[in-house]
Ligand binder design. Sequence first.
Ligand SMILES: [Zn+2]
Length: 183
Amino acid sequence: MSSTDDIRLTGDPVLQEVCEPVENVEDVRELAESMLETMYEAEGCGLAAPQVGVPKRLVVIDCGWGSGEKTPYVLINPEIIEVSDETRVTGEGCLSFPGVTVEVERPRRVVVHAMNLDGDVMRYEADGTLMAVCLQHEIDHLDGKTLLDHLGPMARMRVKRQVQEAIEAGAKPGDVSNPASRS
Ligand SMILES: [Zn+2]
């Protein structure tokens, strides 16, 4: 059973690994359920297996639960099938980067195919929504990429320093702004 204390933070080498495909859905059922619990506990909208130290191609997402109802998605071996040329910049947080929000430019629209826990291949399409950002952000994790990989060298240094300061100031996974600069 994972908890927010098990969330790997930026700098952990597992976050740079290219994850292995899941071969058998049954092998990741418990992991997926425990990742969903961890994600809800940290008030995140997505979590990738490497963020709990498991380098497998599995992510969990729920972009709508803040509004009340839980709609959990489990995506096994997700693949981005299509992206738009049009991009969009949004402020992104990450459970592995407590205390910071980073502006990232990504395609506005994305189509993803992934297996669910029943072994069915599902199609996810999102355009200009949090889900569109979240799908791309979580699939990045499976390829060993994080927010830092979307930044130029100067911004990367700045964000690394901000995360370090936020962690030292007591930020935990799920905190989205820097407590040092909040007051
Ligand atoms: Zn993340």
